[in-house]
Ligand binder design. Structure first.
Ligand SMILES: Cc1cc2nc3c(=O)[nH]c(=O)nc-3n(C[C@H](O)[C@H](O)[C@H](O)COP(=O)(O)OP(=O)(O)OC[C@H]3O[C@@H](n4cnc5c(N)ncnc54)[C@H](O)[C@@H]3O)c2cc1C
Length: 285
Protein backbone atom coordinates (compact mmCIF):
# COMPACT_ATOMS: atom_id res chain seq x y z
CA UNK A 1 0.00 0.00 0.00
CA UNK A 2 1.28 3.49 -0.79
CA UNK A 3 1.62 5.53 2.37
CA UNK A 4 2.52 8.67 0.41
CA UNK A 5 1.79 10.24 -2.96
CA UNK A 6 5.33 11.64 -3.12
CA UNK A 7 8.50 10.93 -1.18
CA UNK A 8 11.13 13.63 -1.65
CA UNK A 9 14.69 12.45 -0.97
CA UNK A 10 16.71 15.52 0.08
CA UNK A 11 15.35 18.57 1.88
CA UNK A 12 17.61 21.22 0.28
CA UNK A 13 15.99 24.04 -1.73
CA UNK A 14 15.00 21.86 -4.71
CA UNK A 15 13.50 19.07 -2.61
CA UNK A 16 11.80 21.47 -0.19
CA UNK A 17 10.36 23.55 -3.05
CA UNK A 18 9.02 20.42 -4.77
CA UNK A 19 7.53 19.25 -1.46
CA UNK A 20 6.00 22.70 -0.87
CA UNK A 21 4.15 22.73 -4.21
CA UNK A 22 3.14 19.05 -4.05
CA UNK A 23 1.74 19.45 -0.51
CA UNK A 24 0.02 22.69 -1.50
CA UNK A 25 -1.65 20.78 -4.36
CA UNK A 26 -3.11 18.39 -1.78
CA UNK A 27 -0.68 15.48 -2.08
CA UNK A 28 0.53 13.45 0.86
CA UNK A 29 4.25 14.25 0.94
CA UNK A 30 7.21 12.98 2.96
CA UNK A 31 10.61 14.74 2.82
CA UNK A 32 13.60 12.71 4.01
CA UNK A 33 16.99 14.33 4.68
CA UNK A 34 20.10 12.88 6.32
CA UNK A 35 21.06 16.19 7.98
CA UNK A 36 19.84 17.92 11.07
CA UNK A 37 18.37 21.30 10.09
CA UNK A 38 19.37 24.11 10.10
CA UNK A 39 22.41 22.88 8.17
CA UNK A 40 24.90 24.74 6.00
CA UNK A 41 25.72 24.09 2.33
CA UNK A 42 28.64 25.40 0.26
CA UNK A 43 27.15 28.09 -1.98
CA UNK A 44 27.50 31.72 -3.06
CA UNK A 45 24.09 32.40 -1.58
CA UNK A 46 22.87 34.52 -4.48
CA UNK A 47 19.23 34.19 -5.53
CA UNK A 48 17.96 35.16 -8.97
CA UNK A 49 15.93 38.37 -9.22
CA UNK A 50 13.24 36.29 -10.99
CA UNK A 51 12.66 34.16 -7.87
CA UNK A 52 9.43 35.76 -6.71
CA UNK A 53 8.03 36.04 -10.25
CA UNK A 54 8.46 32.31 -10.70
CA UNK A 55 7.68 31.09 -7.17
CA UNK A 56 5.41 33.79 -5.71
CA UNK A 57 3.90 31.46 -3.08
CA UNK A 58 7.32 31.20 -1.39
CA UNK A 59 7.79 34.97 -1.10
CA UNK A 60 6.29 35.27 2.43
CA UNK A 61 8.76 32.65 3.70
CA UNK A 62 11.88 33.90 1.89
CA UNK A 63 11.55 37.69 1.83
CA UNK A 64 12.04 38.06 5.62
CA UNK A 65 15.36 36.18 5.57
CA UNK A 66 16.99 38.06 2.66
CA UNK A 67 20.19 39.76 3.85
CA UNK A 68 20.43 42.39 1.09
CA UNK A 69 20.25 42.90 -2.68
CA UNK A 70 23.31 43.42 -4.91
CA UNK A 71 22.99 46.15 -7.53
CA UNK A 72 25.97 45.39 -9.74
CA UNK A 73 28.90 43.09 -10.37
CA UNK A 74 32.52 44.12 -10.95
CA UNK A 75 34.07 41.72 -13.46
CA UNK A 76 37.89 41.64 -13.51
CA UNK A 77 40.00 40.41 -16.45
CA UNK A 78 42.71 37.76 -15.80
CA UNK A 79 45.43 40.45 -15.86
CA UNK A 80 43.34 42.52 -13.38
CA UNK A 81 43.98 45.50 -15.68
CA UNK A 82 40.40 45.68 -16.88
CA UNK A 83 37.21 45.94 -14.89
CA UNK A 84 33.64 46.07 -16.13
CA UNK A 85 30.99 47.36 -13.77
CA UNK A 86 27.87 45.54 -14.89
CA UNK A 87 24.48 46.67 -13.59
CA UNK A 88 21.90 43.89 -13.56
CA UNK A 89 19.33 44.75 -16.25
CA UNK A 90 16.53 42.53 -14.97
CA UNK A 91 16.50 43.52 -11.30
CA UNK A 92 18.84 42.86 -8.42
CA UNK A 93 19.76 39.37 -7.21
CA UNK A 94 19.16 38.68 -3.52
CA UNK A 95 21.78 37.60 -0.99
CA UNK A 96 21.01 34.94 1.58
CA UNK A 97 23.00 32.57 3.78
CA UNK A 98 22.20 28.96 3.04
CA UNK A 99 21.86 27.83 6.64
CA UNK A 100 18.97 30.24 7.13
CA UNK A 101 17.51 30.03 3.61
CA UNK A 102 17.38 26.22 3.34
CA UNK A 103 15.78 25.99 6.76
CA UNK A 104 13.13 28.56 5.79
CA UNK A 105 12.18 26.70 2.59
CA UNK A 106 11.99 23.36 4.41
CA UNK A 107 9.82 24.94 7.11
CA UNK A 108 7.59 26.36 4.36
CA UNK A 109 7.06 22.82 3.03
CA UNK A 110 6.18 21.65 6.55
CA UNK A 111 3.87 24.63 6.97
CA UNK A 112 1.69 23.55 4.03
CA UNK A 113 1.48 19.95 5.20
CA UNK A 114 4.57 18.04 4.05
CA UNK A 115 5.90 15.63 6.66
CA UNK A 116 9.59 16.34 7.34
CA UNK A 117 11.91 13.56 8.50
CA UNK A 118 15.48 14.76 9.12
CA UNK A 119 18.57 12.85 10.32
CA UNK A 120 17.42 9.96 8.13
CA UNK A 121 19.61 8.61 5.34
CA UNK A 122 18.08 7.27 2.12
CA UNK A 123 20.01 4.19 1.02
CA UNK A 124 18.10 2.42 -1.76
CA UNK A 125 14.93 2.11 -3.83
CA UNK A 126 12.72 -0.74 -4.92
CA UNK A 127 10.36 -0.21 -7.85
CA UNK A 128 7.21 -2.29 -7.52
CA UNK A 129 4.50 -0.37 -9.36
CA UNK A 130 5.08 2.35 -6.78
CA UNK A 131 8.41 2.91 -5.01
CA UNK A 132 9.75 1.64 -1.71
CA UNK A 133 12.33 4.04 -0.28
CA UNK A 134 14.79 2.32 2.05
CA UNK A 135 16.20 4.50 4.81
CA UNK A 136 18.09 4.34 8.10
CA UNK A 137 14.68 4.55 9.83
CA UNK A 138 12.95 1.83 7.79
CA UNK A 139 11.08 1.49 4.50
CA UNK A 140 8.46 3.92 3.19
CA UNK A 141 6.13 3.39 0.23
CA UNK A 142 5.02 5.99 -2.24
CA UNK A 143 3.47 6.40 -5.67
CA UNK A 144 6.34 8.66 -6.75
CA UNK A 145 9.84 9.48 -5.64
CA UNK A 146 11.83 12.69 -6.13
CA UNK A 147 15.64 12.62 -6.24
CA UNK A 148 16.94 15.83 -4.66
CA UNK A 149 20.07 14.83 -2.77
CA UNK A 150 22.56 16.85 -4.82
CA UNK A 151 25.34 15.97 -7.29
CA UNK A 152 25.80 12.37 -6.04
CA UNK A 153 22.10 11.50 -6.08
CA UNK A 154 21.53 7.72 -6.23
CA UNK A 155 18.31 8.06 -8.25
CA UNK A 156 20.21 10.22 -10.76
CA UNK A 157 22.73 7.42 -11.28
CA UNK A 158 19.84 4.92 -11.70
CA UNK A 159 18.26 7.20 -14.34
CA UNK A 160 21.64 7.47 -16.10
CA UNK A 161 22.11 3.68 -16.09
CA UNK A 162 18.62 3.08 -17.42
CA UNK A 163 19.05 5.68 -20.17
CA UNK A 164 22.65 4.71 -21.01
CA UNK A 165 24.02 8.14 -20.11
CA UNK A 166 27.65 8.45 -19.05
CA UNK A 167 28.41 9.97 -15.63
CA UNK A 168 30.11 13.38 -15.52
CA UNK A 169 33.86 13.35 -16.10
CA UNK A 170 36.58 15.80 -15.00
CA UNK A 171 35.87 18.05 -17.98
CA UNK A 172 32.28 18.44 -16.78
CA UNK A 173 32.82 18.53 -13.02
CA UNK A 174 34.40 21.30 -11.03
CA UNK A 175 35.40 21.89 -7.46
CA UNK A 176 34.69 25.02 -5.46
CA UNK A 177 36.63 26.25 -2.46
CA UNK A 178 34.84 28.69 -0.23
CA UNK A 179 34.22 30.21 3.17
CA UNK A 180 32.01 32.88 4.72
CA UNK A 181 34.17 34.95 7.10
CA UNK A 182 32.50 37.55 9.30
CA UNK A 183 34.26 40.86 8.59
CA UNK A 184 31.75 43.23 10.19
CA UNK A 185 29.08 45.49 8.74
CA UNK A 186 31.33 48.60 8.82
CA UNK A 187 33.92 46.91 6.61
CA UNK A 188 31.29 45.69 4.13
CA UNK A 189 29.55 49.11 4.06
CA UNK A 190 32.85 50.90 3.40
CA UNK A 191 34.32 48.58 0.77
CA UNK A 192 31.28 47.17 -0.99
CA UNK A 193 28.98 50.20 -0.45
CA UNK A 194 25.28 49.92 0.13
CA UNK A 195 25.06 48.58 -3.43
CA UNK A 196 26.71 45.42 -2.05
CA UNK A 197 28.64 45.13 -5.35
CA UNK A 198 29.58 41.57 -6.29
CA UNK A 199 33.15 40.80 -7.41
CA UNK A 200 34.12 38.19 -9.97
CA UNK A 201 37.76 37.59 -10.95
CA UNK A 202 38.39 35.52 -14.09
CA UNK A 203 41.41 33.20 -13.92
CA UNK A 204 42.87 34.75 -10.78
CA UNK A 205 46.56 33.89 -10.50
CA UNK A 206 46.37 32.26 -13.96
CA UNK A 207 44.28 29.31 -12.69
CA UNK A 208 41.60 28.01 -15.07
CA UNK A 209 38.66 29.13 -12.98
CA UNK A 210 37.06 32.14 -11.32
CA UNK A 211 37.02 33.76 -7.92
CA UNK A 212 34.10 35.59 -6.36
CA UNK A 213 33.09 37.70 -3.40
CA UNK A 214 29.38 38.04 -2.68
CA UNK A 215 28.99 40.49 0.22
CA UNK A 216 26.15 39.98 2.70
CA UNK A 217 25.38 42.30 5.64
CA UNK A 218 28.44 41.55 7.78
CA UNK A 219 29.74 38.43 6.06
CA UNK A 220 31.74 38.02 2.86
CA UNK A 221 30.97 34.92 0.84
CA UNK A 222 34.34 34.25 -0.80
CA UNK A 223 34.97 31.43 -3.22
CA UNK A 224 37.06 30.04 -5.99
CA UNK A 225 35.80 27.54 -8.57
CA UNK A 226 37.35 25.70 -11.47
CA UNK A 227 37.22 22.57 -13.57
CA UNK A 228 38.56 19.49 -11.78
CA UNK A 229 41.26 19.14 -14.43
CA UNK A 230 42.60 22.55 -13.27
CA UNK A 231 41.93 22.22 -9.54
CA UNK A 232 43.55 18.75 -9.38
CA UNK A 233 46.95 20.19 -10.20
CA UNK A 234 46.92 23.10 -7.75
CA UNK A 235 47.93 23.43 -4.12
CA UNK A 236 44.59 24.38 -2.61
CA UNK A 237 45.92 26.17 0.48
CA UNK A 238 48.36 28.27 -1.55
CA UNK A 239 45.74 29.29 -4.10
CA UNK A 240 43.33 30.22 -1.33
CA UNK A 241 46.01 32.26 0.46
CA UNK A 242 46.92 33.97 -2.85
CA UNK A 243 43.30 34.82 -3.54
CA UNK A 244 42.75 36.29 -0.07
CA UNK A 245 45.98 38.32 -0.46
CA UNK A 246 44.74 39.62 -3.81
CA UNK A 247 41.52 40.76 -2.12
CA UNK A 248 43.49 42.32 0.74
CA UNK A 249 45.66 44.26 -1.73
CA UNK A 250 42.58 45.81 -3.33
CA UNK A 251 40.86 46.55 -0.02
CA UNK A 252 38.23 43.84 -0.40
CA UNK A 253 39.31 41.86 2.68
CA UNK A 254 40.51 43.29 6.03
CA UNK A 255 44.33 43.53 5.94
CA UNK A 256 44.72 42.56 9.61
CA UNK A 257 42.39 39.53 9.47
CA UNK A 258 43.92 36.04 9.16
CA UNK A 259 43.20 33.99 6.04
CA UNK A 260 39.93 32.18 6.77
CA UNK A 261 39.74 28.38 6.56
CA UNK A 262 38.42 26.84 3.36
CA UNK A 263 36.07 24.00 2.50
CA UNK A 264 35.55 22.26 -0.83
CA UNK A 265 32.41 21.22 -2.66
CA UNK A 266 31.61 19.49 -5.96
CA UNK A 267 30.51 21.90 -8.68
CA UNK A 268 28.69 20.31 -11.66
CA UNK A 269 29.53 22.43 -14.73
CA UNK A 270 28.02 20.41 -17.57
CA UNK A 271 24.67 22.18 -17.72
CA UNK A 272 21.25 20.58 -17.18
CA UNK A 273 20.93 16.78 -16.85
CA UNK A 274 20.23 14.93 -20.10
CA UNK A 275 17.41 12.95 -18.48
CA UNK A 276 15.42 13.70 -15.34
CA UNK A 277 12.72 11.02 -15.34
CA UNK A 278 12.30 7.27 -15.04
CA UNK A 279 9.28 5.21 -13.94
CA UNK A 280 7.69 6.94 -10.92
CA UNK A 281 10.85 9.05 -10.55
CA UNK A 282 11.70 12.71 -11.04
CA UNK A 283 15.09 14.36 -10.46
CA UNK A 284 15.22 17.98 -9.29
CA UNK A 285 17.95 20.41 -8.27
C1 LIG B 1 30.46 26.69 -4.26
C2 LIG B 1 29.08 26.76 -4.83
C3 LIG B 1 28.50 28.00 -5.02
C4 LIG B 1 27.19 28.09 -5.50
N1 LIG B 1 26.61 29.32 -5.60
C5 LIG B 1 25.32 29.43 -5.99
C6 LIG B 1 24.65 30.68 -5.97
O1 LIG B 1 25.21 31.72 -5.59
N2 LIG B 1 23.36 30.72 -6.37
C7 LIG B 1 22.69 29.58 -6.77
O2 LIG B 1 21.51 29.67 -7.12
N3 LIG B 1 23.30 28.37 -6.76
C8 LIG B 1 24.58 28.27 -6.37
N4 LIG B 1 25.18 27.04 -6.32
C9 LIG B 1 24.40 25.86 -6.68
C10 LIG B 1 23.47 25.48 -5.52
O3 LIG B 1 24.20 25.34 -4.32
C11 LIG B 1 22.76 24.18 -5.85
O4 LIG B 1 22.15 24.31 -7.12
C12 LIG B 1 21.70 23.87 -4.81
O5 LIG B 1 22.25 23.69 -3.53
C13 LIG B 1 20.97 22.62 -5.22
O6 LIG B 1 19.99 22.41 -4.25
P1 LIG B 1 19.46 20.96 -3.98
O7 LIG B 1 18.31 21.10 -3.06
O8 LIG B 1 19.26 20.25 -5.27
O9 LIG B 1 20.67 20.18 -3.29
P2 LIG B 1 21.43 20.44 -1.83
O10 LIG B 1 21.25 21.86 -1.50
O11 LIG B 1 22.75 19.88 -2.05
O12 LIG B 1 20.57 19.58 -0.86
C14 LIG B 1 20.65 18.18 -0.90
C15 LIG B 1 20.12 17.66 0.42
O13 LIG B 1 20.11 16.24 0.33
C16 LIG B 1 20.53 15.69 1.58
N5 LIG B 1 21.07 14.35 1.30
C17 LIG B 1 22.18 14.03 0.60
N6 LIG B 1 22.32 12.68 0.55
C18 LIG B 1 21.27 12.15 1.23
C19 LIG B 1 20.85 10.82 1.53
N7 LIG B 1 21.52 9.73 1.11
N8 LIG B 1 19.72 10.65 2.26
C20 LIG B 1 19.00 11.73 2.70
N9 LIG B 1 19.36 13.01 2.44
C21 LIG B 1 20.47 13.22 1.71
C22 LIG B 1 21.57 16.68 2.10
O14 LIG B 1 21.66 16.61 3.51
C23 LIG B 1 21.00 18.01 1.62
O15 LIG B 1 20.22 18.64 2.62
C24 LIG B 1 26.49 26.91 -5.84
C25 LIG B 1 27.08 25.66 -5.66
C26 LIG B 1 28.37 25.57 -5.15
C27 LIG B 1 28.99 24.22 -4.92
Amino acid sequence: MNEYDVIVCGGGPSGATTAFYAAKAGMKVLVIDKSKFPRDKACGGLLTARLFDELPELEPYIKPIIECASNDVNLYSPSMKYKIDFEFPEGTPWNITREVFDNAVLEAAGDVGAEIMTQTRVSDFEFNGGVTVKTSKGDFNSKMVIGATGPNDKLASMVRDKRNIKPWNDNQMGTALMWEPVVGKDFVDKNYSDKRSLLVHFKPGGIDGYGWVFPKQEILNIGFGGYNRAIKSIKVKEIWEDYINLLKKDGYFPKDQATPPVKGAPLPLAGPLKATTMDNTLLVG
